[in-house]
Write a protein that binds this ligand. Structure first.
Ligand SMILES: *Cc1c(COP(=O)(O)O)cnc(C)c1O
Length: 248
């Protein structure tokens, strides 16, 4: 019927335009924050956190040049990684697992994850290392998640346990310790939190010089993280829009 059609193009092209705009905004923020901190923007890697968003959104980001994608739940990440590989067969994507990890999920995560950011206890590191050896894959790059608020519910090892956990992880053949990850405590000044993280990272590198990665900064606080040396920022909603509040 004439006149009953939406005056606009198909919804896929709207969504793509939204993602193009989100990515441009985030890239601009990243570059400006790096320049303000006298850092080379190319030394900072953007990880697009696609949790709760469709595989097709992740594939759109990949088509726009994003190669690092993050997820926080195994049951969502596993099929999404497979679907993105089907949609973008010629693009090499690296999946970052950034959620709290249970020992019994280690084997599944080790199949598709290229990095795990959330090792916070020896049992998880052991389970990942064992899975890697069973799968006969290259050692899995891992980060230790450091708790900046001492609240164990949000994951992360307390600062007092970091050195011992790092020594443990570094001694496992199946994993490779690349550095630290943290989430700024809710309701606190992110600059203070990320300054503390930078201090712990410097300490860690005295005994583990290769552990140079600092994974910190999300949509709300990536500038603060970059000021304090983040090498990897994990950004979701600023790229893809709001998630429903009870998810992720
Ligand atoms: C969801 C999530 C992010 C991204 O958060 P946004 O606020 O959407 O940018 C980053 N890191 C972790 C660990 C997450 O769970």
């Amino acid at each position: 019927m004439i006149g009953s059609k939406e005056p606009s193009g198909p919804p896929e092209s709207f969504r793509r335009a939204e993602i193009v705009a989100g990515l441009a905004r985030v890239r601009t923020r990243l570059v400006e924050a790096a320049e303000a901190a006298d850092r080379d923007p190319r030394s900072i890697t953007l990880i697009a956190v696609t949790k709760t968003f469709a595989a097709v959104d992740a594939a759109t980001l990949v088509s726009l040049g994003v190669r690092e994608l993050g997820e926080n739940r195994d049951q969502e990440a596993r099929p999404k990684a497979a679907e993105v590989a089907r949609l973008r067969p010629d693009d090499e994507v690296r999946w970052h697992f950034v959620g709290q990890l249970q020992r019994n999920k280690a084997r599944s995560v080790a199949r598709y994850a290229h990095w795990v950011h959330t090792v916070d206890r020896p049992a998880v590191a052991d389970a990942l290392a064992r899975s890697v050896e069973n799968l006969d894959r290259d050692p899995l790059p891992v980060l230790i998640q450091l708790s900046l608020d001492g609240n164990p519910a949000r994951g992360g090892v307390a600062a007092g346990g970091l050195a011992a956990l790092a020594d443990h992880v570094a001694g496992l053949p199946g994993v490779r310790l690349l550095g630290l990850m943290a989430v700024a405590p809710l309701g606190q000044d992110p600059d203070r939190a990320f300054a503390a993280l930078a201090g712990r990272s410097a300490e860690l590198r005295r005994s583990h010089p290769d552990a140079e990665v600092i994974s910190a900064g999300m949509s709300a606080d990536l500038e603060a993280a970059i000021r304090h040396g983040a090498t990897h920022v994990r950004v979701g909603s600023a790229l893809l829009g709001r998630r429903s509040p009870d998810l992720g």
